[in-house]
Design a binder for this molecule. Structure first.
Ligand code: NAP
Length: 301
């Protein structure tokens, strides 16, 4: 199936490479041209000059861009050339409302839209093992299941348009809580003077083990926060969660509020493009501040 990829960032580049390995990749486009040039050179895919050119030669289009406005812009740019019967799968994390809006725009051109947000991080994108939560018509999903399987190991049809993004919002709230728990507990462990290698070993084998601890624990403790999943992107996702909750009810999301506040502080300090494990910076800082205020008595061992 002639498949095009729009957006070749941390996630999209790996998706394109996996589609190529499975024999589906036909064309690529990226706003910053050099990234698309690299993938086109490595795979032999067509380097489209515009999203419209890519739409004109593909039956299936995978999108991976940052925010709601970026998705809307890309959809408007490809609309004039899109083929009747084409399917667009958007793997970006955006609001359920945006999914419904762009699905309606594509329907006007007799094209189908699937909201296909993913979980599993850059590692999952690289290994083609992402978990994908899908909203939209089941018939459209069956049309593109083969190329999607090159990107994701788990593909779950959640229901109508928007339900993929609503499921992803659940995932992002949980990811915020896990980041809070892991970064806070590891900073505490370090301040206790424990051997953190041993702490990681033993905790990863017990009931508190989790993906984030296994994949980010070591680097976090070493003060390395290479993306990964950028702080500013998770901040964007949590704003979406907050908006969705406000529209649905007056329920509070305290973990979301606290994490938005922490990420805001990180972004203001210039760490917005670091991995979300950079939250450890704030947790660690508390102990360093405390030590500065109350220096240890050198006579006390
Ligand atoms: P990224 O590395 O920052 O890449 C973003 C991509 O979007 C780049 O290709 C960028 O183009 C493109 N883009 C941004 N604004 C655009 C616009 N207005 N028009 C056209 N292209 C635009 O981000 P990422 O980590 O790959 O994430 C992509 C999406 O996946 C986001 O919605 C994110 O929330 C979601 N996601 C990320 C992860 C993760 O672990 N990273 C996991 C699950 C889901 P340029 O190259 O020109 O900047």
């Amino acid at each position: 199936m002639k498949t095009g990829v729009i957006g070749l960032g941390s996630m999209g580049a790996h998706m394109a490479l996996n589609l190529h390995k499975a024999g589906h990749l036909y064309a690529v486009w990226n706003r910053t041209r050099e990234k698309a040039e690299r993938i086109a050179a490595d795979t032999g895919a067509l380097l489209a000059e515009t999203p419209g050119e890519l739409a004109g030669c593909c039956e299936f289009i995978v999108i991976s861009v940052s925010r709601d406005l970026d998705v809307k812009g890309v959809i408007e740019a490809l609309l004039p050339n899109i083929h009747s019967g084409a399917v667009v799968a958007d793997t970006s994390t955006v609001s359920a409302d945006t999914a419904k809006e762009v699905a309606a725009r594509l329907r006007e051109r007799d094209a189908a839209y699937l909201d296909c947000p993913v979980s599993g991080g850059v590692e999952g994108a690289k290994n083609g093992t992402l978990a994908m939560m899908i909203g939209g018509e089941a018939t459209a999903l069956e049309q593109v299941r083969a190329p999607l399987s090159a990107i994701a190991a788990i593909i779950v049809h959640m229901g109508p348009t928007g339900s993929g993004q609503a499921t992803k919002a659940v995932n992002q709230i949980m990811a915020a809580g896990i980041n809070q728990a892991v970064s806070e507990s590891l900073a505490f462990g370090q301040a206790m003077g424990l051997s953190m290698d041993k702490v990681l070993d033993v905790i990863e084998s017990g009931a508190a083990s989790n993906w984030f601890l296994s994949h980010r624990g070591k680097t976090m403790l070493a003060g390395k926060f290479l993306p990964g999943f950028k702080v500013r992107l998770h901040h964007k996702d949590l704003e979406i969660c907050r908006d969705m909750a406000r529209k649905a009810s007056s329920a509070a999301l305290p973990i979301v509020e606290m994490t938005l506040n922490h990420y805001q502080r990180l972004m203001e300090a210039g760490y917005g493009d670091e991995d979300i494990s950079a939250l450890f910076r704030l947790k660690r800082q508390q102990y360093q501040d405390l030590e500065r205020r109350m220096p240890r008595d050198p006579r006390v061992k």
